[in-house]
Design a protein around this ligand. Structure first.
Ligand SMILES: Cc1cc2nc3c(=O)[nH]c(=O)nc-3n(C[C@H](O)[C@H](O)[C@H](O)COP(=O)(O)OP(=O)(O)OC[C@H]3O[C@@H](n4cnc5c(N)ncnc54)[C@H](O)[C@@H]3O)c2cc1C
Length: 407
């Protein structure tokens, strides 16, 4: 890779970096574009550790980036999967109110979904719920028949394949350690040597804030990693879940609450919770990186967030360490489930941007500069929205970088 020069260097080979790379290469065929990824495999972090749900756009405030990107992204994603023979299943999702106190919020979700243009939403009673999910319990449920499941690693790798066919280059094992401006060109220093780029697109996920700071961007956001742990239903217990079963989420948090997900490979997962991780890629409880922990403790937003949400933090930790507490929450949705139905599963780490005032960023945050575009917050439904977000980033880049496109 030594000293190769590119028009655009994209940092991060997750689903957003790769969607952006593919779409940029389609619209800028004369451009030299590279993706640099620190791992030896693409899609190794959030993209490869998520729930695999194709969200339909119910939860998000009308007018927010989440609602715009998700609603536009679903159709683009499904069309892409059809065109590239990637298996997906629109198995539907039931969001269940398990007691009367949740009915108001369930109705609000229905209204949000309708306002966002989500098709086919219905509030159903216990009889219809029993047809949809025979083992679930609920006072009422919001049935979203268009929600689906897919393997996002496959999707991301298909984006990568299309990018490479268009002449794009991908460097693996090339973690970016520094970016130095030298006479209008950025020298991107990586573990594999340096490459030069006229412009940069930062899609570094859990490290996006650090990459932005390497380029001198003064942002008031810092990524705080939240691990989501899953259990897996044992093969003999998988009959308990037909599709996707979710609780009514707590509107104070950007997470959806522990749920059941049948994935595209047929396994059923229960989770994820949301516990603070002591390293940005801390997939296990024992994963601690001193430097990253200190970084977090030095950030004023961390303490303000902790002061606001310490009770929830403690109860999440309690649920993380005590399987019976996790099971008790799962039983609200499926009363007959027990600890013996569950094996310990995998985990994912969310790159949650937190502001200096301690607020959790609840929407996508994409910063446009003259030399670079930075994706500073890309929470769920980032994978569902990947094509819509990539298209938006390419529009921004074309305008900001003054790129002469093919059309
Ligand atoms: C537990 C969990 C469940 C989720 N469930 C869903 C879901 O069901 N549906 C949905 O739509 N969304 C879901 N999401 C959100 C979705 O996964 C993310 O929005 C999406 O994957 C973000 O993609 P990304 O490319 O920005 O990040 P990532 O996939 O994390 O990719 C970033 C890449 O940058 C690389 N990188 C970082 N630093 C450097 C560096 N210095 N140099 C080079 N490379 C670097 C990393 O190695 C990584 O490959 C979930 C997320 C999590 C964590």
């Amino acid at each position: 890779m030594q000293s190769q020069q590119y028009d655009v260097v994209i940092i991060g080979g997750g689903i957003l970096g790769l969607s952006t790379a593919m779409q940029l290469s389609e619209r800028y065929s004369s451009g030299k574009i590279a993706v640099v990824e620190k791992e030896s495999e693409l899609a190794s972090h959030q993209t490869g550790h998520n729930s695999g749900v194709i969200h339909s756009g119910i939860y998000y405030r009308p007018g927010s980036w989440k609602s715009k990107f998700c609603v536009a992204g679903v159709q683009k994603l499904v069309d892409f999967c059809d065109a590239n023979e990637i298996e997906y299943d629109r198995c539907g999702k039931a969001i269940i109110a398990t007691d009367e106190s949740e009915l108001g919020r369930l109705q609000d979700l229905y209204e949000r979904g309708v306002a966002n243009g989500v098709q086919g939403l219905e509030i159903v009673g216990p009889e219809r719920l029993a047809e949809i999910e025979p083992h679930a319990y609920g006072v009422k449920a919001l049935w979203a028949p268009r929600t689906g499941i897919v393997d996002y690693v496959k999707v991301a790798k298909a984006y990568a394949g299309r990018f490479q066919e268009a002449g794009g280059e991908i460097y693996l094992g090339a973690g970016v350690s520094n970016i130095i401006p030298t006479s209008g060109i950025q020298e991107v220093q990586t573990e594999k040597g340096s490459i030069l780029g006229r412009h940069i697109i930062n899609c570094a996920g859990l490290y996006a804030d650090k990459v932005a700071r390497l380029m001198g961007e003064e942002t008031n956001l810092q990524i705080v990693p939240f691990r989501g742990e899953y259990y897996t239903l044992k093969p003999d217990s998988q009959y308990l879940v037909k599709g996707l079963i979710y609780p009514v989420p707590d509107p104070r948090f950007p997470f959806l609450g522990v749920h059941y997900t049948r994935n595209i490979h047929g396994q059923v997962e229960a989770g994820p919770n949301a516990v603070l991780a002591w390293s940005r890629e801390g997939y296990k409880k024992s994963d601690v990186k001193l430097g990253e922990s200190l970084d977090m403790l030095r950030f004023p937003g961390f303490w303000k967030m902790s002061a606001k949400h310490w009770k929830t933090g403690i109860s999440e930790m309690n649920r993380s360490y005590r399987k019976n507490v996790f099971v008790r929450d799962l039983q609200k949705l499926i009363p007959t489930i027990s600890g013996s139905d569950l094996d310990t599963g995998g985990s994912g780490v969310r790159a949650q941007a937190v502001a200096k005032d301690g607020s959790l960023s609840d929407d996508f945050n994409i910063l446009q500069g003259n030399i670079a575009v930075h994706v500073l917050n890309a929470p769920s439904p980032g994978a569902t929205s990947s094509l819509a977000i990539g298209e938006y980033i390419v529009d921004l880049a074309i305008e900001a970088f003054g790129i002469a496109t093919d059309n």
